[in-house]
Design a protein around this ligand. Structure first.
Ligand code: SAM
Length: 233
């Protein structure tokens, strides 16, 4: 029997209209949708009247769940892997399942991307900075390794992008200001907040200016953020 296909589908990072026609078709035609959180993905599936059954698959899913999904692929079933928002595998679960499926079936298995939104690419696209090359750091660690990563961000020759929680954003700006003072470097930053959502806002400036804005208006500290930083001469 022919193997099924494992599709890896990007889904909206806010605005539910940001989904490709192809992704919707494949979501409808597939046997199962593998969701990081079935309730989150259900909002998207309901909007487009996709009735495909969902299966929960996330970072804590054990080997039993993975084995079941590999069996489905072996039986010729087509699976679509999605995360709560954006592109699976990018600071999200996804790569472990792809790796397990490839190790089980090797080159006989088709793993296909259904491209679409990713918060980091969306933020880079409106930066106005030359971003032919950039460094993506994922989430800043909360504690261990945080200072080293911040130092790496400031040392990078290319614009850097990272994800930071609203709870630590002001702290992160303060840490950058201290590091900047120590090293004598000048930097330019962008905070891309709530992209594609009702309160989408883009703040541009020095870390001092951005911290000033955050401290003046607590509403600015709500929502999800992508942070961009680059060195300036
Ligand atoms: N895989 C996703 C992607 O491709 O963008 C990223 C998932 S990661 C768990 C979630 C983080 O992405 C959030 O904490 C935030 O930093 C960023 N993010 C996701 N959606 C966003 C949005 N609409 N606006 C700004 N940042 C967003």
């Amino acid at each position: 029997m022919a193997l099924g296909t494992l599709f890896v589908a990007a889904t909206p990072i806010g605005n539910l209209e940001d989904i490709s026609l192809r992704a919707l078709r494949i979501l409808r035609e597939a046997d199962y949708v593998l969701c990081e959180d079935t309730r989150t993905t259900k909002a998207l599936l309901d909007k487009y009247e996709v009735k495909t059954p969902t299966i929960s698959y996330h970072q804590h899913s054990g080997p039993g769940k993975t084995a079941q999904l590999l069996r489905y692929l072996g039986e010729g079933k087509n699976l679509v892997l999605v995360s709560d928002a954006g592109t699976p595998g990018i600071s999200d679960p996804g790569s472990a399942l792809v790796a397990s499926a490839l190790s089980e079936y090797g080159g006989k298995l088709t793993v296909t991307p259904l491209p679409g939104p990713s918060a980091l690419i969306s933020a880079l696209s409106i930066s106005g900075w030359p971003v032919d090359r950039f460094t993506f750091f994922g989430f800043l660690p909360h504690k261990k390794g945080r200072q080293t990563m911040l130092k790496d961000l400031l040392d990078s020759s290319y614009p850097s992008v990272f994800y930071e929680s609203k709870h630590r954003l002001a702290k992160c700006l303060r840490e950058i200001i201290i590091l900047k003072a120590k090293t004598g470097k000048r930097v330019d930053m962008i905070l891309a907040r709530e992209l594609t959502k009702m309160f989408e806002s883009i703040y541009r400036g020095s870390p001092e200016e951005l911290l000033g804005l955050l401290e003046k208006d607590v509403d600015m500290q709500k929502g999800e953020f992508v942070v961009l930083i680059r060195k300036i001469k």
